[in-house]
Write a protein that binds this ligand. Structure first.
Ligand SMILES: [Zn+2]
Ligand SMILES: [Zn+2]
Length: 111
């Protein structure tokens, strides 16, 4: 069999933490809610297949920007390295995840 190594790509993943709370990547279609009786899910790149979410799962975007797949919380640190986000004002690596373009807590407090 040929051998492959996954290319290093930085992704933004969101954790599904709470039932009823919509997370980026989670399907929000009314048509689907009827089909899978309102069970939280994502659509994968494999034939748009529905994968049900459980609390704690991380939702990972596919490179097509349309599809997602879930990863168990116990798997995320085994499969991925955490990448610190860099504050655009001071250049520090923020310990807490921030939204893109947001400042670190120090820069927010001392503008
Ligand atoms: Zn759906
Ligand atoms: Zn800063």
């Amino acid at each position: 069999m040929p051998l492959f190594r996954k290319k290093p790509v930085v992704i933004e993943a969101e954790q599904y933490k709470e039932y009823g709370k919509l997370v980026p990547g989670m399907c929000n279609s009314q048509a689907c809610f009827i089909k899978v009786s309102n069970v939280p899910h994502v659509h994968t790149i494999h034939n748009n297949q529905i994968v049900l979410l459980e609390i704690g799962d991380w939702i990972i975007p596919e490179s097509d920007g349309e599809h997602y797949y879930p990863i168990k919380n116990i798997e995320i640190d085994r499969l991925y390295d955490r990448v610190p986000k860099i504050c655009p004002a001071c250049g520090c690596g923020a310990p807490e995840p921030m939204h893109p373009g947001f400042l670190c807590l120090t820069c927010i407090r001392n503008p």
